[in-house]
Design a protein around this ligand. Structure first.
Ligand code: AMP
Length: 460
């Protein structure tokens, strides 16, 4: 998954972009980059690492100009290497162009093969580069027309920012899988994957970029082009469950409110009789646990504390310490847990490996009973539209029943929120959400080479 942020017409474009990327750091921690436009040229700085590690004041000062785009990356298509860091910047036909992409193209392999057969030389392994080749090869005159043509060729999920020395384009795929919002800042504009970053830079939220819409910023100001044929909306429901920040509004709805409501509904659907205390798996389960506790009339306590300083790499002790990895991140509060029957709330269960360690940790800390409640349905299918879910073989709910999973976790009971309960928690869009990770009903064709044959359902 990834985050994108852009600025048009502001004296401190790269600095604002840098701040905006900080607010999107949860969407990707592998690499960060900014491209700014200055003196008819694009200037680029991209590195592996988090925003605060990648940029210092010298790097920002070397990115002058009044427009910029930025990207934080968590690889879902293409390897995690510096060459694949975004924004991706190229020169063609004497013009420069940079592109920042959130989402996954579903016909990337087919298009790449076709483009390579036609002589295209790819520099990266990212699906994003396909856009660049399509734009470069188009016979249309303007970038806007070329982009419009590309939108008819690519399939899948994309929220895109494209920067040239004299234009900024903000584009969202026709189904609106990934979020993208517009804000105003002084005389200029900002674009962001999530609204939390608009607030961070003191921008006023204006609206979402609509599915299938292209916003164009240039010397004439701002204008909008929409695809003539409207397509069904498939906003990613998992953004609400896990991915987006709870202080964001995405797809026109408050993420925190959706999560709390999902927890409240979970308490109605799957109460835990005899339980004495509700604890979240921080931070992902916080809002749902609060909703659950309020509905169940049980105390909400912080029974697990998360360390925010656990890095991604660590040195294993030679003498094995039990559940070492998870201990770096989470630690139990014994006074909350000891001798009690505990309901543990998490937003989702994927492989089950972390949750299993958490249950052990709670038992070691003296819990009498551990009841796991998950604020979404069983995750049974991989995502091909930009969320990093493992292959089906590794998804525990694709391979075990709920009773078997409870046993694997070592929990006294396990229940999930129903699909109806989840859909009722997100009220907007008249149900225009993609929930393929729970149903296997993929709303648009998934890549041929990864499609389970029985699941390949096109344009339902
Ligand atoms: P596990 O018990 O190993 O299935 O891990 C469950 C945890 O993974 C939950 O706390 C989720 O919030 C978290 N999670 C869900 N989806 C993702 C994802 N795409 N990337 C990273 N963590 C995730």
């Amino acid at each position: 998954m990834c985050g994108v942020f852009g600025v048009w017409n502001h004296g401190e474009a790269s600095n604002i972009t840098y701040l905006g990327l900080h607010g999107l750091q949860h969407r990707g921690q592998e690499s960060a980059g900014i491209v700014s436009s200055h003196d008819s040229q694009l200037v680029s700085y991209r590195r592996m690492g988090r925003v605060a590690e990648v940029f210092d004041s010298k790097a920002i000062a070397a990115l002058p100009g009044t427009s910029a785009i930025g990207h934080v990356r968590y690889s879902t298509a293409g390897m995690s290497i510096q060459k694949n860091a975004q924004p991706f910047a190229v020169e063609f036909k004497g013009a420069s162009l940079a592109i920042a992409h959130n989402g996954n193209l579903t016909n990337a392999v087919t298009l790449r093969r076709r483009l390579e057969d036609e002589g295209a030389l790819f520099h990266t392994t990212m699906d994003t580069e396909i856009f660049v080749h399509l734009l470069a090869r188009s016979k249309r005159e303007t970038l806007v027309e070329r982009m419009r043509e590309a939108m008819d060729i690519v399939e899948g999920a994309y929220s895109l920012l494209i920067l040239t020395p004299d234009q900024l384009l903000a584009v969202r795929d026709p189904h609106g899988f990934r979020p993208l919002v517009l804000g105003e800042l002084g005389d200029g504009h900002v674009l962001s994957s999530e609204s939390c970053s608009l607030r961070l830079v003191d921008a006023t939220p204006v609206r979402e970029i609509e599915p299938g819409e292209m916003l164009i910023f240039d010397a004439q100001g701002m204008r909008s082009i929409r695809r003539s044929a409207p397509a069904p909306r498939y906003a990613c429901i998992f953004e609400h469950i896990y991915f987006a920040r709870p202080d964001s509004q995405i797809f026109g709805e408050d993420v925190y409110g959706v999560r709390k409501e999902s927890g409240r509904r979970l308490a109605v659907e799957a109460p835990a009789p005899g339980a004495e205390v509700v604890i979240p798996v921080p931070d992902s389960g916080n809002a749902a646990a609060l909703g659950f506790a309020q509905e169940a009339g049980l105390p909400f306590e912080q029974g697990l504390i998360r360390s925010h300083y656990a890095g991604r790499t660590f040195i294993e002790p030679a003498q094995s310490i039990r559940h070492f990895g998870v201990k770096l991140k989470l630690s139990p509060v014994e006074s909350v847990i000891r001798d009690r029957s505990v309901v543990v709330i998490d937003d989702s269960l994927v492989r089950g490996t972390t949750s299993r360690k958490i249950v052990r940790m709670l038992r070691d800390a003296g819990a009498r009973e551990v009841h796991m409640r998950i604020a979404c349905p069983p995750t049974t299918h991989s995502c091909f539209y930009g969320i990093d879910t493992p292959d089906r073989a590794e998804l525990i709910a694709a391979n075990k029943s709920t009773a078997e999973i409870a046993e694997f976790l070592g929990a006294d009971s396990l229940s999930y929120l129903s699909l109806d309960g989840l859909h009722a928690s997100v009220k907007g869009h008249g149900g225009g959400y993609c929930s393929a990770c729970f149903t296997g009903r993929y709303p648009i064709r998934v890549p041929e080479e990864s499609a389970p044959a029985a699941r390949l359902s096109e344009h339902e």
